[in-house]
Ligand binder design. Structure first.
Ligand code: SF4
Length: 192
């Protein structure tokens, strides 16, 4: 079996997910091909993506596509853009209705192998702190990591999660939309 088939059939977290408030079964959302040269490294599917089986089919995806200047046809072209979250399955909600973080087991089981299969990437976009930590080794807070984007550009741009929960963060950090995003969009245009 290929790595993609192995991940798609993975059920390692079945008991963990059954114990969440949503009692759901694993449904890995696997969206990459080895030919991709751009990687979007997200956090984990939300409930809507768990239903659709396609990454970022939600308002976060709309905002992310606007940030990147990409329409759906290009964003979902797996031969050019790999979308690999730190947890391939929806982790569920806790008793308070908050998102549970992606299980570290997923990262430990799959991610080094996925990165090996993807090979040399021209652009890596870690979205959210879990992915930023994996792809940069950053140990501190999100704002500090994103503010330091020039240290990684043009091969990597750390991004906050595009969730509505980060709308206040975007207001507090106007340099993100004014400085980082125009440079990132130009880089993507060059690569595509
Ligand atoms: S989250 Fe990852 S490790 Fe857990 S069942 Fe899904 S693919 Fe497997």
């Amino acid at each position: 079996m290929s790595l993609i088939e192995d991940i798609t059939s993975c059920r390692l977290c079945a008991e963990r997910f059954a114990a969440t408030a949503t009692h759901h079964a694993p449904r890995p959302v696997v969206w990459f091909r080895p030919s991709a040269r751009i990687l979007i490294a997200g956090q984990a599917p939300g409930a809507r993506v768990h239903e659709s089986g396609r990454p970022f089919t939600d308002p976060s995806g709309d905002r992310l596509r606007a940030w990147l200047g990409l329409d759906e046809a290009v964003f979902y072209d797996r031969d050019r853009i790999a979308i690999v979250p730190m947890g391939f399955c929806f982790p569920g909600y806790d008793a308070k209705g908050s998102d549970i973080p992606p299980p570290a087991l997923c990262r430990d089981t799959w991610h080094d192998r996925v990165m090996e299969e993807l090979g040399e990437l021209e652009l890596i976009l870690p979205v959210g702190l879990h992915a930023i930590r994996y792809h940069t080794g950053h140990k501190g807070a999100l704002t500090e990591a994103v503010q330091n984007w020039r240290a990684h550009a043009p091969r990597l741009y750390p991004l906050p999660h595009p969730s509505w929960r980060n709308t206040a963060w975007l207001r507090k950090n106007p340099w993100f939309e004014a400085e980082l995003l125009p440079e990132l969009r130009a880089r993507i245009r060059d690569l595509l």
